[in-house]
Design a protein around this ligand. Structure first.
Ligand SMILES: Nc1ncnc2c1ncn2[C@@H]1O[C@H](COP(=O)(O)OP(=O)(O)O)[C@@H](O)[C@H]1O
Ligand SMILES: [Mg+2]
Length: 456
């Protein structure tokens, strides 16, 4: 059986901390390596310079020795001996190793010997020559030692440079690797879950109350997701309670309302003086308004509870449009209907689509001046139909366009006009239940066009 490998959640704080520590350690390593390399190189360079200097002095001493052997003038001889000693002493300052110190002592001794030999007139010529060549050999040995030292220093400088290069490149690769890892990690494990959470929030705000955030990404993000889910859950519960409450009220209001309606209908059958007729007209209109409002309440609670049933059948939208216009025939204002010559057929619940259009037309009338007509235009289009309800009224500001579909949301421009703020919620839910959508073109003070797009 295959086991799913579930990665344990990592905390963002821990990761940032680890990355910071690694970068700091790498930086300290780089700095340490750099300081060590510079110091070692400096020391090597110093020693190498000393050796070069020593070579110069010993070669000088050799020349003095050669000149000393080829002169008989006692004054010149004394001067040359003085120079020879000065050169050796000057070179003595730059001694860098025990071997060199030993060789220097040898050179002193053999020169001492040479001086003793030459100052004794009884010495044979051969003995003088032997002492001279010994002294010369001692100086040569010193030159060799220093040349060898310089060569070794050069070699170790080259090794040091190589080591510094390798360490530098290694640290650079480690830092680039770490940066790449962090980049890739954050894309997969941080940005993607973050965008997913943002998307969930956007969908929730857009009315999709069922979406919940996924439990992935670093610990901090999971924490945010679970807080969001808890909040979404509580909002959903609140909404359910609210709509159930509204539904209850609407249900209870229906009985007295229908009693009122029957009473007014009965009264209207008799003859009445004009004043009473007028009062009866007011009563009828207000009862109709109350019925519409309770209808909205009931629909909302049904839709929210998922109990909305659509009775789908093929209908000609033109007929539904005509029914809506008839409904508003009592109004003093004109509702114009613009339909094509041939039927515009869609499969829909005609009562519900009638309700959608009635809501839109009643809004259009409510929110536009009494002198302006409202226009319904019905058109067939590829794969469905479009119904437009247009007015020349107050219009809707851009920032309100999304919000007016939320329950109880009414714009500042329309305060003072009676209403519940539930009509458009129903309109949107009903249109979406038909698989359609709704669009708005609106500009403040110029009017609005509500466009309902229905699939065939
Ligand atoms: N045709 C329109 N012109 C201007 N504003 C509108 C129009 N239709 C809707 N609105 C705005 O949207 C809000 C919500 O509409 P609705 O849900 O039908 O509630 P109600 O009609 O009860 O106010 C209205 O209060 C109004 O501010
Ligand atoms: Mg309305």
């Amino acid at each position: 059986m295959a086991h799913d490998h579930v990665e344990p959640p990592r905390s963002l704080r821990g990761l940032v901390f680890a990355a910071t520590v690694i970068v700091a350690v790498l930086a300290v390593l780089a700095a340490g390596a750099l300081i060590t390399a510079t110091n070692l190189l400096q020391r090597t360079a110093k020693r190498s310079a000393a050796s070069v200097e020593s070579v110069r002095f010993f070669e000088e001493a050799e020349i003095h020795l050669l000149l000393l052997a080829r002169t008989d003038d006692p004054v010149v001889k004394r001067n040359l001996e003085g120079d020879l000693i000065t050169s050796l002493e000057a070179a003595g300052v730059h001694v860098t190793s025990a071997a060199e110190a030993r060789a220097l002592r040898d050179a002193h001794a053999s020169l001492e010997k040479y001086r003793a030999v030459t100052s004794d007139p009884a010495t044979s010529h051969a003995a003088v020559e032997q002492a001279e060549s010994r002294a010369f050999a001692a100086l040569d040995a010193l030159v060799d030692i220093n040349v060898e030292q310089t060569r070794r220093d050069n070699a170790s400088a080259a090794v040091l440079t190589n080591v510094a290069n390798v360490v530098g490149v290694g640290i650079a690769i480690a830092i680039i690797g770490l940066a790449t890892f962090l980049l890739l990690w954050s894309r997969h494990h941080l940005l993607r879950p973050l965008f997913a959470l943002a998307d969930t929030m956007r969908r929730f705000a857009g009315g999709d109350r069922g979406v919940r955030a996924l439990d992935h990404g670093p610990l901090e993000l999971r924490e945010m997701s679970s807080r969001f889910n808890a909040m979404a859950e509580s909002i959903a519960t609140q909404r359910e309670a609210q709509s159930a409450f509204l539904g209850g009220i609407a249900h209870d209001l229906r009985t007295p309302l229908s009693a009122l309606r029957t009473a007014v209908d009965v009264l209207e059958m008799d003859e009445h003086p004009p004043r009473s007729r007028q009062v009866l007209g007011v009563l009828t209109r207000q009862i109709e308004r109350l019925e519409r409002m309770t209808g909205d309440f009931l629909d909302i609670s049904k839709i929210e509870a998922g109990k909305l049933e659509l009775h789908l059948a093929p209908h000609d939208l033109r007929a539904i449009g005509r029914g809506v216009v008839e409904l508003f025939a009592g109004e003093r204002r004109r509702v114009e209907l613009d339909v094509p010559g041939e039927p515009v057929r869609v499969v829909c619940d005609d009562v519900r689509i009638n309700q959608v259009l009635t809501n839109l037309v009643s809004n259009a009338l409510k929110f536009s001046p009494p002198t302006e007509a409202v226009r319904i235009a019905i058109r067939a289009r590829e794969g469905g139909a479009v119904v437009e309800v247009a007015d020349r009224g107050t219009g809707i500001a851009r920032e309100d366009l999304d919000r007016i579909f939320e329950p109880f949301r009414r714009t500042a421009a329309t305060h003072g006009v009676p209403g519940t703020g539930l009509g458009l919620v129903n309109v949107k839910r009903l249109v979406e239940a038909h698989g359609g959508r709704i669009e708005i073109d609106s500009a403040p003070a110029r009017g609005s066009v509500f466009r309902v797009i229905l699939p065939a």
